[in-house]
Ligand binder design. Structure first.
Ligand code: ADP
Ligand code: MG
Length: 693
């Protein structure tokens, strides 16, 4: 229940003065929400100083203020033409430009000969020095109407920055003092202002430094946000732990399966399995994530856990985001499991009629102990006899409710998530604060690293010539054309053109997959590629991260400099899966910046996804360097966790865990204040919380 003290902040946006039915949707778009709170949380991005200058100092592109005399009006020649007004001071002149009919009244309000203070962006163009629609144009007596310092807010068409500012200031007025939810010692140490003071400073910056994310008030707001999120995650994790879950012991079956594999587990795999077993044997509900590169051996670890569950009489479900991935998992695990008496079925959207009915019966009766599949697994008519373990591959590609629907097919189902997106340690909590994490940071032996090189687009023909040779010799290749321009259509066209061109130069079968295709069509092309019917697969984006085509040994990536390194690494991970030498060509549009060059260089130097992710974070230190948004990275309002607020993550995580241990129901005085904080940020209801369970 929302505390009463927050009601003013959660009032709808149109309760703000001047926000009617036209403005409300525009303001909601700018604020990213339709509550007063969302407007109060808007941030000015820059600060304009409106100290008058002389016209001789006018500088192109700068927001400036001048005291001028109106000289003369130049009427427009047609309606599409603007009014032009020449103004001057003793040091020079400038043309004011006004579009629209209202300009008729302009001359009455600002007659020639009058003195005015004008303020706005100076713009040098082919007509000379001008100012289009000044922000302010007032009589010298009314100079107080022009704020000396003006923070500039984000705006949108039809809603200029200055009106957004008016609304933001009103929203700030509605914000009450709130009880302090931060620890006193921490506040002192960090020199944090109170929440209300921090918000007030946000909207009334006094210097450029006040806009910097490192300023104490912005760090305070960022920390509040991180704590709210970490607390929600820690609570969820604790709640899951409190649910008694079936105790599952390590089994002889799993031991025999492991012994029969043609390889031994790596140290990292053995550790991950031991951690899973400690959870499964502990009597509490497991929520664990295995993180590891594609091919690092996550699935076979999960298979052993599923064998343990089966040996104890329970069932497991392994869910993958696409049919192809589900099929590949099935191929990996069904042999070893069935060889040791564990019944496995594959259930996807393709199963229909009698065959599907039979699979459903096997699950309902408990004859099948393991179900591998897609979304088909959580449909309403799928029932398990005793589902005890849900394994979810690429969990961020499922919605929260989808993951829950699967887990609701049993009682207190243990959760094992798998992800191939390497997340730097420092960022792990922001995504997986409600999970325990096992890392598989060691590759199975005997893999030849993928020979990686970068080449400018100017050498495209050489790359094509080499590919031609390789394809003639029977090799298969991926060719990635990213979606990068404003228009997806243009990008698609570019990919189609590339596919056609390759078809011609290579004289081989070239397939094309892109995100706009129906899943079934996409699957069909992918299947042809997997079967070797297609030599080169052109794709517009990161298609199916885990897809395994052992015969594919070449990966060409166009505009590689546009990708997050983690994505490049994952793409590259699709080749080099068999025993043959593999290669990866990173094509870029020259010239490369120094950072871009260093980034591509990391890929040449290492094959360790975690190291790549850490280094990329260090190198770019901001923005979505890692392509994390695609991995379900939370969309923070204040916290810049890839940049200057990175150091706050661990502190917020520790703080949250301590709170949950000491005051699980948030009953203490601080606890009650923390409840207000959580409601304020609404992480529980919002999309931000990547709920794994
Ligand atoms: P992931 O799920 O992490 O992508 P998988 O478990 O599917 O990886 O393993 C990828 C391939 O490597 C499979 O063919 C698997 O049999 C094999 N493999 C797994 N672990 C090892 C290991 N320790 N040594 C050699 N091969 C392994
Ligand atoms: Mg896999």
């Amino acid at each position: 229940m929302r505390p009463e003290i927050l009601f003013p902040l959660f009032a709808p946006i149109d309760t703000l003065k001047g926000v009617g039915s036209r403005v409300a949707p525009l303001l909601a778009r700018v604020a990213g929400g339709d509550k007063v709170r969302d407007v109060a949380f808007l941030r000015p991005h820059s600060l304009v100083r409106r100290t008058p200058a002389s016209l001789s100092a006018a500088t192109d592109g700068q927001v400036m203020t001048f005291e001028v005399t109106i000289d003369e009006y130049q009427r427009p020649r047609g309606h599409t033409q603007p009014w032009r007004v020449r103004v001057s001071d003793p040091t020079g002149f400038l043309t004011l430009v006004f579009f629209g009919r209202f300009a008729d009244q302009l001359e009455k309000r600002h007659p020639p000969g009058a003195k005015r203070i004008i303020s706005g962006r100076v713009d040098d163009d082919k007509f000379g020095r001008q100012m289009v629609h000044p922000d302010y144009m007032v009589e010298p007596a009314k100079r107080d109407e022009i704020p000396e310092l003006e923070p500039i807010y984000p705006a949108t068409e039809g809603l200029p920055a200055r009106r957004v500012r008016t609304f933001a200031l009103e929203a700030l007025e509605r914000a009450p003092e709130l009880p302090e939810w931060q620890d006193g010692a921490w506040l002192t140490r960090e020199r944090f202002p109170t929440w209300r003071e921090a918000l007030a400073r946000l909207h009334h910056p006094e210097t450029e430094a006040d806009l910097a994310p490192t300023s104490p008030h912005l760090r305070r707001l960022a920390y509040d946000e991180l704590l709210a999120q970490q607390l929600a995650m820690a609570q969820r994790k604790a709640a899951r732990r409190r649910e008694p879950a079936p105790r599952i012991a390590a089994s002889g079956t799993a031991g025999r399966i492991q012994a029969d594999l043609p390889f031994a587990f790596t140290g990292a795999q053995a550790r991950a399995l031991a951690e899973i077993r400690a959870d499964l044997g502990g009597g509490e509900r497991m929520s664990r994530l295995i993180q590891g590169d594609v091919g690092s051996g996550k699935t076979v670890v999960a298979m052993c856990a599923m064998a343990d569950v089966a040996a104890a009489g329970g069932q497991s479900a392994l869910m993958a985001p696409t049919e192809i991935l589900a099929r590949q998992h099935y191929e990996t695990i069904s042999g070893p499991l069935t060889d040791h008496g564990v019944g496995v079925i594959l259930l996807t959207g393709r199963d229909k009629g009698a065959a599907r009915a039979e699979k459903l019966r096997a699950l309902a009766s408990g004859a099948a102990k393991v179900a591998v599949g897609t979304h088909a697994l959580f449909q309403d008519d799928v029932a398990f006899d005793r589902l005890e373990l849900a394994v979810i591959d690429e969990q961020h590609r499922f919605g929260v409710s989808e993951r829950q629907r699967l887990q609701q097919k049993g009682a207190a189902v243990h959760l094992l998530a798998m992800s191939a997106t390497p997340i730097p340690r420092t960022l792990e909590l922001t995504l997986y604060g409600d999970l325990d994490v096992s890392r598989i940071d060691e590759k199975p032996p005997g893999r030849t690293p993928v020979a990686t090189r970068a080449a400018p687009m100017t050498r495209l023909h050489e790359v094509e010539a080499r590919l031609h040779e390789a394809v003639k010799a029977g090799a298969q290749a991926f060719w990635i054309c990213p979606l990068v321009s404003e228009s997806e259509l243009i990008d698609l066209k570019a990919a189609e053109v590339r596919a056609a061109e390759l078809r011609q130069t290579l004289g081989a079968a070239v397939g094309l997959v892109h995100g706009k295709m129906k899943p079934a069509d996409k699957d069909a092309v992918m299947a042809d590629f997997a079967d070797g019917k297609i030599a080169v697969l052109v794709a517009t984006t990161v298609v199916e991260v885990g897809v395994n085509v052992p015969n594919a040994t070449i990966m060409v990536i166009e505009q590689a400099e546009r990708f997050g390194l983690a994505q490049l690494h994952q793409l590259r991970g699709r080749v080099g899966r068999g025993h043959r030498e593999s290669s990866c060509v990173l094509l870029y549009d020259p010239p490369l910046s120094e950072t871009a060059q260093k980034r591509l260089d990391i890929l040449r130097r290492t094959d360790d996804g975690f190291l790549i992710a850490e280094t990329d974070l260090e190198l770019r230190g901001g923005g979505d360097a890692l392509g994390l948004k695609q991995s379900g990275f939370p969309d923070y309002v204040f916290a810049d966790v890839l940049g200057p607020h990175r150091d706050l993550i661990a502190a917020a995580g520790d703080d949250a865990r301590l709170i949950v241990t000491r005051d699980p129901n948030l009953k203490s005085e601080r606890g009650k204040a923390l409840q207000v904080l959580q409601e304020l940020f609404d992480w529980k209801a919002g999309l931000g919380l990547r709920d794994a369970g």
